[in-house]
Write a protein that binds this ligand. Structure first.
Ligand code: PLZ
Length: 407
């Protein structure tokens, strides 16, 4: 957390109440992907407020909700018939995806992965891997949640392929749960809070294909990876994986709370009327923001921009890794990049260096975030509209902060 209070923000810059400015390389955890204070979004929100702020979609439906669902159906991977529902938060989207999966399959078990993060509500705490700070003292947790090993190339045996790591996970599922008991496998295509873990190529397709063969639903949690962040609309597209259900939130509405579940129509339609919903779900102001955000992402080709940003960051981070053996791994995709700090030459986590680097960046006016099971990862999630000059200025500060932390 920054030791300041924010007064205003514009583009990729935050300004605190004392007038200091900060380069934002965190986007409020991958939320303000189109940047802060974007005119098209501000106008759409103001215009919707002048019409109405709330009716409850289940009481008085409105066009904006349907339009966002149509966009989700169109943009998420796969050409099959899809149906969407809107919710308020990522955790709520994940909970609803599991409700749909259980209802459609008549099975109860949910398989998640080591290092996973899916939220802080009761069911999603059970799905999240890390005890402190997310779960400690908050049990009992929801039952029928099982954890399989994730593909984590930096920490897996040298040379382990994606298919081999998928086999390792599938064996755990088959031996410890039994495929016939599993409603769904839930996975972040690139893990977020868990440390920006990018699974080895072939891992996701192999897990998805096992799911198909076993009549288990494959659910992609694209809450952090979605909406152009990794260079595609959704991270699953990178390997042509088509999930049965997709959860979205964060970047979808430029800062307003909105989330979605999009899935095969036959699965979504299986749920009885009134089984899914909520008072504020798909709030009209948030929907208006989302439609403006999605239009802006198209118009500005923010997927392409994420790839441009990714190339700049990757080059800089690899350069930094050559100078500092405390950087064990550089990984990510598009505008979702991270460095993992370790004791040089080992995989022993070094959280002290990560937090020293984060504190130095904050003191020098750059917002960066830490993450990872061992809190030893620094992640970069800049707005996809940041220009090269400002990005490089932020990366200069990161480089100086790493140099200072290891000196
Ligand atoms: N799924 C993949 O990344 C939210 C939460 C940070 P909510 N990640 C940031 C924190 O400490 O609470 C997230 C995510 C993935 C689900 C969620 C949950 O989304 O909107 O925070 O509920």
């Amino acid at each position: 957390m920054l030791p300041v209070y924010i007064d205003r923000a514009d583009g990729a810059v935050l300004v605190d109440v004392d007038g200091n400015s900060y380069i934002d390389l965190g986007s409020g955890i991958a939320v303000t992907s189109i940047g802060h204070n974007v005119e098209s979004v501000v106008d759409a929100v103001n215009d919707q407020m002048r019409h109405f702020a709330h009716t409850c979609f289940m009481v008085g439906p409105y066009e904006g909700y349907v339009a966002v669902c149509e966009k989700l159906n169109e943009l998420t991977p796969g050409g099959h018939a899809k149906t969407s529902i809107l919710l308020n938060s990522g955790a709520e989207a994940v909970e609803n995806a599991i409700k749909v999966a259980r209802h459609a399959t008549g099975r109860q078990a949910v398989v998640v992965f080591d290092h996973a993060y899916h939220g802080r509500t009761n069911l999603t705490m059970a799905l999240t891997a890390k005890n402190m700070p997310y779960k400690d003292g908050f049990g009992p947790f929801a039952p029928e949640v099982y954890r399989a090993p994730m593909s984590y190339p930096f920490r897996d045996p040298e040379g382990m392929s994606g298919e081999e790591s998928a086999g390792r996970a599938i064996e755990v599922i088959e031996k410890q749960v039994g495929a016939a008991n599993v409603a769904c496998v839930l996975i972040e295509p690139i893990q977020g809070e868990g440390g920006f873990v990018v699974p080895a190529a072939g891992f996701l397709p192999a897990v998805a294909s096992w799911c198909r063969d076993s009549e288990v639903l494959f659910v992609a949690d694209e809450v952090q990876t979605g909406f152009c962040r990794t260079g595609d609309w959704f991270a699953c597209e990178n390997e042509g994986v088509v999930p049965d259900l997709v959860t979205t939130a964060k970047g979808i509405a430029g800062g307003l709370p909105l989330a979605g579940v999009t899935g095969r129509s036959e699965l979504m339609g299986n749920v009885h009327t009134g089984g899914l919903g909520g008072t504020y779900s798909g709030n009209p102001v948030a929907c208006a923001a989302a439609l403006a955000v999605i239009r802006t992402m198209w118009d500005l080709d923010l997927g392409g921009e994420a790839r441009r940003i990714g190339a700049v960051i990757e080059a800089r981070l690899h350069g930094l890794q050559k100078q500092h053996p405390v950087i064990g791994d550089v990984r990510g995709r598009g505008a979702m990049q991270a460095i993992e700090f370790v004791k040089p030459g080992t995989t022993v986590a070094d959280p002290a260096t990560a937090s020293a680097v984060a504190a130095a960046c904050h003191a020098a006016g750059v917002v960066i975030l830490t993450c990872g099971t061992w809190s030893n990862v620094i992640r970069l999630l800049p707005p996809l509209t940041i220009d090269d000059a400002l990005l490089n200025e932020g990366l200069d500060v990161l480089a100086e902060s790493v140099a200072a932390a290891v000196a």
